[in-house]
Design a protein around this ligand. Sequence first.
Ligand SMILES: Nc1ncnc2c1ncn2[C@@H]1O[C@H](COP(=O)(O)OP(=O)(O)OP(=O)(O)O)[C@@H](O)[C@H]1O
Ligand SMILES: [Mg+2]
Length: 379
Amino acid sequence: MASNALFVGLMSGTSIDSVDAVLILCSSSSIELRSTLEHPIPTDLRQSIADISQAGSNEIERMGVLDRQIGALFADACNALLRQAGVAPEAITAIGSHGQTIRHRPPSGGNPTAFTLQIGDPNTIAERTGITTIADFRRRDVAAGGEGAPLAPAFHAAAFARAGVNRAIVNIGGIANISLLAGETLLTGFDTGPGNTLLDHWISRHQGHRYDRHGSWSAQGQLQTALLERLQTHPYLACRGPRSTGKETFNTGWLDECLSQLPVYAPQDVQATLAAFTAQCITDSIVTSGLTVEEVYVCGGGAYNTDLMRRLHKQLAPAQLGSTAALGIAPEWVEGAAFAWLAWRTLSGLSGNASVVTGALGERLLGGIYPGSQPLLFR
Ligand SMILES: Nc1ncnc2c1ncn2[C@@H]1O[C@H](COP(=O)(O)OP(=O)(O)OP(=O)(O)O)[C@@H](O)[C@H]1O
Ligand SMILES: [Mg+2]
């Protein structure tokens, strides 16, 4: 592989908001963002993904169809990105495709039958783009005893660590995760709990919006302490060591159960309390880590939630708070760039997981390789 090579990252997270497509130029010493594209997910497909993410009938049949459809959508996202960038598919070394998570049952909490499942057929991506595609990054880590998540911390360290400064990188997607960086060393990383998922569900139910733009609705509500305290009793928040979670754990069913034991609150007060809860889970994770964090950088769509950022700023002071834009990658492209970088790692013969984060037995080359139309070059 050339010392500088172009990779595409394709990502759709638990929010099912869009496919993020990111073109990067990668080498052993640098990661350079070249082009980015947000590719829409059609409404019916979004609904099918939400449906299959919960137990239901006829799952194998529905999953088979969706796997191909998501693969085709991811391929479309990549082709649109390359057209926009004016780059030919032959110039791309590989695609790193995260796929769409439809189940995440990690081993933490003593689950003996752990598994994680991302769909979006990589054969379809390779066929429709002609580009070698690396996919299924998480399951090798699970096979090695790890959580399979979060995988972004190794990338956060490569892209954002700075000698002599203690930093926390916080990704607020559907679920939120942090990476703690003591200078250039990745100390740990884990899912802190909900990111935007509860906020998205609550505003969708009461206002019909997909998300709380800039957190303007939550900013109008009053914090309800009894509800916050009830939410904080979730057993996941008391876990230590490698841990990851998903919408299987933090969802409207759980929220409704918490609310059913309390007085009826105004919907905007619930939204304000959910924002406070999300922020508190992140803050507690940083404060209890034992690392004196000086700088906190937020990525993921939550970085655009002004109310959430205000709460974090207040709770985390005197640490400085900003978004990863200050470090050269706008918040919405960090996860996509991470999966492009993971493809580069795999084709370079380098591990992708940080076992200190996932709890895997060791560091592993991640993903399966699905050849494109060019011959594969083995070193
Ligand atoms: N302007 C905004 N104001 C408030 N919230 C926003 C804004 N823009 C995006 N968001 C939130 O960010 C979410 C999408 O974030 P993101 O794409 O990082 O999540 P994701 O796809 O679940 O990613 P992942 O799970 O991989 O971290 C939206 O659902 C919404 O809640
Ligand atoms: Mg997203």
